[in-house]
Design a protein around this ligand. Sequence first.
Ligand code: GLY
Length: 367
Amino acid sequence: MHHSVRVALGERSYEVEIGPDLLSHAGARFAPLLARPQVAVLTDDTVAGLHLEALREGLAAGGIDMVSLSLPPGEATKTWPHLERAVEWLLSQKVERRDVVVALGGGVIGDLAGFATAILRRGVRFVQIPTSLLAQVDSSVGGKTGINSTQGKNLIGAFHQPSLVLADTSVLGTLAPRDLLAGYGEVVKYGLLGDAEFFAWLETQGPRLASGDMAARVQAVARSVQMKAEIVSRDETEQGDRALLNLGHTFCHALEAATGYSDRLLHGEGVAIGCALAFELSARLGLCPQEDPSRVRAHLREMGMKTDLRDIEGDLPSAETLVDLMAQDKKVVDGQLRFILAHGIGQAFVTSDVPREVVLDVLRDAS
Ligand code: GLY
């Protein structure tokens, strides 16, 4: 049931290992990377309570010692004070350039630890052990690292590729159903952006995945990572194709800003709504078959996910304000809003050529 996907980036290539019970074999997986048998782990309090001992035992089985620093869980940790704390702690632990730091956690820990190691001693290697579905299929792969600014999410950061990613699908069993489904929003995104067959597979296997079927989980994570690896290998720093990974994200970022990055809307939930809206927009512009948006929505609904603005609890700003929020996205180029639209399921493309009025109509009809 194990898969290994290579992210091909020349000298910075690495493997993403996917399957159950990888934590217990961490020692053997780490050994080839280490100059001395010790690692420093950055994690958060929730994940530490659930998985840190399993990692300690897995490393100890390979004769590797570990020290760890646990930060508070949540997006507020992706800020300067916690980055400073992490970097100072790594220095106090005498982590050297030849050492390896481990990010054990979801996207917040992965992004922060990745950035901490990018700047520590001008670059130290790190290993991602993503513990959320979202981190396993998206944020742990591809080397985007960073923290948030008061002016926006992920505005401070660096590209710093990990040396190894261990996506242990057993740990997904401890996720709250809402968090698992939010991560599933990113899984669906891969089918929608580039693999119609994968989307059709998800239509039949998604419910099994959600209810805990390990084979379905491994398969979904592996296919998602394979697609991400291919795109990142082609376009590491997002000069072109990598933007396809932002399908649904232009809408999502505006909705996240409108809901104050709170529990009202998790990132993956926003991505799912954003994907449904991107297909609606594509259909209205005559770019994709009229039935595609309904098919996307039907699958998300069957999975028990949000698909429209009206599914978000509480009031939202007007469609005009949402479009203005989209214009603040960091991916805006020369003031032009960029959208990822589709010619059909599995056929996404990037465009700036979208009339504001049509976007407003789509948002109004989803409210
Ligand atoms: N999450 C989008 C990317 O890694 O490019």
